[in-house]
Unconditional design. Structure first.
Length: 145
């Protein structure tokens, strides 16, 4: 495992996911989410930024691991596709679990949220792949002998 590439991809991914997440979910689709809050209406007026940053770091690491697990040099299209699939499956799972147990996810959100995640994760994965393509594989942190 190339730890330097993993750390770089994770940080770059977290930043891109944070920015694109804000633009997609808090700006472009805000009216949709506000109209589909569900009966619990358990949303905060403003999201807490520190937990959101940590969540984006974890998600960036997941996407980076997915991209790095492929053979060959990462490409924009490859990174976008792998990440879009990962994002769709992860959020489909999460939304269906939330829908099953809680009233915070009405059915329209369960359907639309994973579809928007294809764009969100796809953009993040494309940027991660572009950055990883520029970081040589030989740049790995070597264990001490």
């Amino acid at each position: 495992m190339d730890m330097k590439r993993l750390v770089i991809g994770t940080i770059v991914g977290a930043v891109i996911l944070h920015v694109t997440g804000y633009l997609i979910f808090d700006v472009a689709a805000a009216d949709f989410y506000n109209a589909n809050r569900g009966p619990a209406d358990a949303y905060r007026d403003l999201p807490m930024q520190l937990p959101l940053a940590v969540a984006n770091l974890a998600y960036g690491a997941l996407l980076t691991l997915g991209i790095m697990s492929r053979n060959g040099a990462p490409s924009l299209a490859g990174g976008a596709i792998v990440s879009a699939v990962i994002g769709y499956l992860v959020w489909l799972h999460a939304d269906l679990v939330f829908y099953s147990y809680m009233t915070t996810r009405p059915l329209p959100v369960v359907i639309v949220d994973p579809l928007l995640e294809i764009v969100h994760a796809g953009i993040g994965g494309a940027v991660i792949a572009a950055v990883l393509a520029r970081v040589p594989k030989g740049a790995a942190i070597q264990p001490a002998e």
